[in-house]
Design a protein around this ligand. Sequence first.
Ligand SMILES: O=C(O)CCC(=O)N[C@@H](CCC(=O)O)C(=O)O
Ligand SMILES: [Zn+2]
Length: 345
Amino acid sequence: MMMEQFRHSGDFLAFTLANPNGLAPCQFELGSGVTVEIWDTGVICFQPAQAARQHIILSCGVHGNETAPIELCAAIVQDILQGHLTPTERVLVLFANPAAINLGRREVTENLNRLFSGHHSKGAGLINAERQRAQALEQYVTRFYEGAPANEPRCLYDLHTAIRGSRFEKFAVYPFLHGKPWRKQQLQFLAACDVHTVLMMQTPASTFSYYASHSHGADAFTIELGKVQPFGQNDMSRFAQADNALRALITNRLLAPKPFAAEDFHLYEVYRAINKQTQDFKLHFADDVQNFTSYPLGSLLATDGDLEYRVEREGEALIFPNAKVAIGQRAMLMVVPTDIQHNLI
Ligand SMILES: O=C(O)CCC(=O)N[C@@H](CCC(=O)O)C(=O)O
Ligand SMILES: [Zn+2]
């Protein structure tokens, strides 16, 4: 797709996917006065005509086969470009891994969501498209927040879908805050997105949301919207609330949330992370077992060479099990319900 076709259609996703290795930066203004800046393939920034109060990053396609969030973000961008939606806030939308989206695969060579906070530069001499993209995405996030006064809210919602079905179809990961309190206002926003299950992380991570949270002080989340499906096969009505809430956020039309109530949420914390140590890592439950499933104490969950992982704690539930990850990486998290009200602000 050429520039002219893109300007006509407003289809920034198609423009990105036709130019997965890079796009010449450019800038133009919409009839509404919104300034549009294209920084790179998959990287588009909207600056409203009037002074903004919030600095919002929406990202999708960190994993190339997680299509529902890509469709959702593409529609938002197209509606802005065609004048149907006029942001009042500064917005950066990222289609994070165009090459993987084109392949319909989670990754081209390496999991992009394990390369942030400098992990893209670890491992002597290793260079690949995902490492370069992780570094570039960090630079774009930095550039965007450099344009944000320190006292103004900044957030990043990194939209994904899970590989498996989940007992809770939509859920969020709240990155580790190093002892700072979790924010009720953010949980209320997640509830407005119809996301009522939140996993509170207990350690630093190499994910995009942890990077935005830790390096830029953003309210940042990984949000899982349903299960991986090919393009065109998502039932987008299941994500209508998230779509509406994100559109309301960028146009400053969010309704006042109802008072915070702990019973509106299923909160979990990580009890332990199981990392793959050998090529023999094997899960001992079926592929259709859902995220947040629990088994009785002592049940065998996984083996890794001579190692056995069994249920150790009452109520322990599994999440993100994946035997195909690279050695050394997280193959499954075990989580437990938590009541973290003491650390909510
Ligand atoms: O379903 C799965 O196994 C993976 C879904 C996914 O991509 N999840 C993210 C979570 C990131 C986080 O922990 O914040 C990931 O694994 O990168
Ligand atoms: Zn993902």
